[in-house]
Design a protein around this ligand. Structure first.
Ligand code: ADP
Length: 420
């Protein structure tokens, strides 16, 4: 048993308290005692207890000074005076000017893409900028193209959300009605053709939606990306920039990437170099895998607010499972008029088998394989918890009660062991 530790920190203006919760099943409670503070752009309420669990890496920033109390065991906790927050605030102010201009001229607000290698604080900067925008009364669209971590839905997807209120301190942005597309892998490299196809599709749908929502249109879009920035990874970024017709690219902590984008982007795209925060913590492969697992667990069971998923059996014969991408053959072996790259976006029927145990299945809105499956967004996810070949059934975990909708199910590479 560890005794509960109590720590009090006095923060000067423009400084932040950084802490990490590392040990298993640990809980740390944060409370602002006096003054004003924010957490990645969300204001903290004075006297309210916020809980953080294993894996949390957090910064409490104050513009005006404050006193903060931490209860529980933190692995690391220190106050930093050097932060890039003033620079990030200036970026927000520049975007805000563009939103004001868009409002006056009846045009579209800024479309901003945040790029950089892994663990430089891309997701954090996106969260800060969205929070600042929504605190000014804007309604920006948040796009996450990071299939590796995926903060909008489960890993292996890309998605978008209309942000209507600041991120909750403990639960992030409200996940109401996200627009989600299936990819099924952890890295764009696993199927570049498919990745680019769904990125283009998501961009198309967002453009359509923005056209019918003036408030969202003037507020603009903020896009998070994968940390893969070299070779094909760079091409994926420039493709996304083109698809979303970005106006601003914020490059975190990578001069080479900054220079490449300056060289290759059309002149009207503003490419801005930003320093990363010294507080950003590098994650190991194991921590990333844990992060992915936690996202799936949250999808089914909730985070602070608990969800109660359903578990039931379905007959093999009632399932329409497909995966995207046939094994690729050289062009010379393909039927006339088909290219090898087409195979990568083809649907292939998958027979239910024990190999599907613990895999995620994306529930598509597409009714059949002949529907535009890759262009259809997702209704949600199932997790196969058991397969019984004798009875020809499988047990699934589902946010919705039975029956399953009679639509296409897309097999994901993501696995989840349900031991709740
Ligand atoms: P990226 O999106 O580039 O991979 P993240 O934004 O996810 O990076 O940041 C990596 C980790 O560092 C996250 O767990 C995040 O909470 C943490 N982090 C970011 N900024 C700070 C900071 N200023 N102080 C402490 N931890 C931070």
């Amino acid at each position: 048993m560890t005794e509960v530790q109590l720590q009090e920190f006095k923060l000067d203006p423009d400084s932040e308290l950084r802490f990490e919760v590392e040990s298993k099943n640990e809980k740390v409670v944060l409370e602002v005692k006096s003054g004003y503070a924010e957490l990645f752009g969300t204001e903290l309420v004075k006297g309210k207890a916020y809980e953080f669990h294993t894996g949390a890496k957090v910064a409490v920033f104050t513009w005006h000074g404050c006193t903060v109390e931490l209860r529980g065991r933190t692995e690391v906790s220190y106050v930093a005076k050097e932060t890039p927050m003033v620079i990030y605030l200036n970026v927000h102010a520049a975007l805000e000017q563009q939103r004001v201009a868009a409002e006056q001229e009846g045009t579209r607000g800024p479309v901003t893409m945040v790029v950089g290698p892994g663990d430089v604080g891309k997701s954090t900067l996106v969260r800060i900028l969205l929070n600042y925008a929504v605190r000014m009364g804007r309604r920006p669209i948040y796009v996450d193209l990071d299939v590796g971590q995926g903060s909008i839905s489960v890993p292996g997807t890309i998605g978008a959300l209309l942000v209507e209120r600041p991120a909750s301190i403990e639960e992030g942005f409200s996940q109401q009605a996200p627009l989600v597309y299936h990819f099924g892998h952890k890295s764009p490299n696993d199927n570049l053709q498919l990745y680019n196809t769904i990125v283009s599709r998501l961009a198309e749908v967002i453009t359509e939606r923005i056209d019918s929502n003036k408030k969202a249109s003037t507020s603009g879009v903020i896009i998070n990306t994968c940390g893969w920035v070299k070779g094909p990874g760079y091409k994926v970024l420039t493709h996304a920039a083109q698809a979303f017709e970005v106006d601003v690219i914020l490059v975190l902590d990578n001069e080479r990437l900054y220079n490449e984008l300056k060289r290759d982007m059309p002149k009207f795209v503003k490419v801005v170099y930003l320093p990363k925060s010294g507080g950003v913590v590098e994650r190991t492969g194991g921590q990333r895998a844990e992060g992915r697992d936690a996202r799936v667990r949250e999808y089914f069971y909730g985070k602070r607010t608990p969800y109660y998923p359903h578990s039931f059996d379905v007959k093999f014969s009632d399932l329409n499972i497909y995966k995207v991408g046939a094994p690729s053959l050289p062009d010379s072996c393909m039927p006339l008029g088909m290219r090898a790259s087409d195979a990568l976006t083809r649907l292939v029927a998958v027979a239910p088998s024990p190999a599907l145990a613990h895999r995620l299945l994306a529930v598509s809105f597409a009714a059949g394989p002949e529907d535009h499956v890759l262009h259809s967004n997702l209704a949600g996810f199932l997790c196969v918890t058991a397969v019984d070949t004798e009875r020809q059934t499988m047990t699934v975990l589902s946010p919705q009660p039975r029956p399953l909708p009679n639509t296409v199910l897309l097999l994901s590479e993501m696995q989840y062991m349900d031991n709740h």
